[in-house]
Design a protein around this ligand. Structure first.
Ligand code: NAP
Length: 480
């Protein structure tokens, strides 16, 4: 049985508290690994090291930082079969999802290598005689990241890489269900020769390690991805010390399908958007809002498509639906389905599970009276809502406290432009699913999906402070 230690300031370190947890494979319930967990002492040690390393890392030339990111990417790429197995066995990722996640992670590291050369300022044209005026960007100092289980490597790595590229040192607390998928980030940077102290990865509970990071005054920013309820708690605590924070939270993302669009193409996009990674994606297309005229055809075709999705061993490259992270989530979905059906929804497929494997589920005639219209299921459920027309579809789409991603499927370009501007979400994808990644575009939500934007220059903006500097080189006259 493999045992994983803490990555404390760059050194693999045994837990001081002696707390080693069983890390469970969600597909078979067996112990996948033993993981050392951090408590208050290790958290304090990680913060102290990050604090002490902050000036050195900020001053490290961008060429050296670039080298480190490129070598970290090379380590990931050289070991991707082993990392793929970790993602499959620890988080229930299917083979296809794990391979996709690793490819994106390699892009993240290579994009960070580029971005560390672009921590730029600007010189302003002179406003006063004899004055030079410019601004520089400076790293914040120590940043802490708290990450979720669903894309356990990607969400964690994108925080670590963006913040470190901007010159910050970093303490990461990964989700307790998937610590190893984040600890491997330590292997990438160890092999790249990252200086000691710059990065720590501390498996441990949210209420102990997470809470300490949020409350410590040496940490200047929290970058959090996870559920809205936990995000609100973090925002409250961080606000008390005026700590910066970025929140990437949940979503109940509308995919609007208008009557002029090809039903076959819409079903392909919706099947991917609703079922990829068992629906455990913040951007999942989890409200399919379909115009009346094509509604019945859409319902029957997506049901057929969902029937064809293979459920089973996530190692099998033909499997699309693996296990949910915990069997308890199946009960949450069961309750949502029961509530919807009792209020008039039609269950067209699924609604059952075996252990942690929830069967692909299609539920139609969902209305705002039903809990599943508003709540995340975080499972393989296509929720279909009927709209009278485009205006009604937009109203239904915006009727939600979340606002992460939206999709709009229509051939009417001018309507698409008008509607996309009115969709209440941080991201809109026209003629595609709601699930989309990018290393450069601003990623983030509005309403209860959080705020702040991540990726590329948007992350650099979030992870730096702008400082205005002037130089008076002429003779200045003052009013007094
Ligand atoms: P979660 O339960 O909110 O946990 C996320 C992280 O917060 C975990 O590391 C957790 O630690 C930690 N945490 C829990 N309580 C805390 C506290 N009091 N103080 C500090 N940290 C605390 O979310 P999840 O179940 O892992 O992930 C699913 C959610 O994430 C969904 O809502 C999904 O939509 C959202 N998500 C959003 C995005 C996005 O980019 N918008 C991306 C992915 C996922 P423990 O594991 O130790 O409890």
């Amino acid at each position: 049985m493999k045992e994983y230690k803490l990555f404390l300031g760059g050194k693999w370190t045994s837990t001081l508290s002696g707390k080693v947890i069983d890390d469970i494979n969600p597909a078979n319930g067996e112990v996948f690994a033993k993981v050392h967990t951090a408590g208050p002492d290790e958290t304090e040690a990680a913060i102290k090291m990050a604090y002490e390393a902050r000036e050195f890392w900020a001053e490290t030339p961008s060429r050296e930082k670039e080298r480190i990111f490129i070598e970290a990417a090379a380590c990931l790429e050289a070991n991707k079969e082993r990392y793929r197995e970790i993602l499959i066995e620890e988080s229930g990722s299917t083979f296809i999802k794990a391979m996709g996640e690793l490819a994106e992670c390699s892009d993240i590291l290579r994009a960070a290598a580029e971005e560390c050369k672009r921590v730029d300022g600007a010189v302003f044209s002179p406003e006063a005689e004899g004055q030079m005026s410019y601004f520089i960007r400076q790293p914040l100092g120590v940043v802490a990241g708290i990450s979720p289980f669903n894309y356990p490597l990607l969400t964690a790595l994108s925080k670590v890489a963006s913040a470190m590229a901007a010159g910050n040192t970093f303490v990461l607390k990964p989700a307790s269900d998937t610590p190893v998928s984040a600890l491997i980030i330590g292997e990438f940077f160890e092999s790249a020769g990252l200086p000691k102290g710059v990065l720590s990865i501390l498996p441990g509970s949210g209420s102990v390690v997470g809470d300490r990071l949020v409350n410590d005054s040496r940490i200047k920013k929290i970058t959090f991805t996870g559920s809205t309820d936990v995000g609100i708690g973090i925002a409250e605590k961080a606000s008390k010390s005026l700590k910066k924070f970025t929140l990437e939270l949940g979503g109940k993302n509308p995919m609007i399908v208008l009557k002029d669009f090809s039903v076959d193409k819409a079903v392909k996009a919706a099947t991917f958007g609703a079922f990829f990674h068992q629906g455990q994606i913040c951007m999942a297309s989890n409200r399919l809002i379909v115009e009346e005229k094509i509604y019945d055809e859409f319902c029957s075709k997506i049901t057929e498509a969902a029937k064809g999705l293979k459920v089973g061993d996530p190692h099998d490259s033909s499997v699309v639906i693996g296990p949910l992270i915990k069997e308890a989530q199946c009960e949450v979905i069961d309750a949502q389905i029961k509530d919807a059906v009792s209020k008039g929804a039609r269950l067209l497929l699924g609604g059952t599970h075996e252990g942690s494997f929830y069967h692909p589920t299609v539920i139609a005639d969902v209305t705002p009276e039903m809990n599943i219209f508003y709540e995340e299921s975080f499972g393989p459920v296509a929720v279909i809502v009927k709209a009278e027309n485009a205006e009604d579809a937009l109203r239904l789409g915006n009727d939600n406290h979340y606002g992460l991603s939206g999709a709009l499927l229509t051939n009417d370009l001018s309507l698409a432009i008008k509607m996309s501007a009115k969709m209440e979400s941080g991201m809109v994808h026209i003629n595609d699913s709601t699930v989309m990644g990018s290393r450069r575009a601003p990623f983030g939500g509005v309403k209860k999906s959080g705020f702040g934007r991540e990726n590329g220059s948007f992350s650099t903006d979030e992870f730096t402070e702008k400082k205005w500097i002037t130089i008076q080189y002429g003779d200045k006259s003052y009013p007094i």
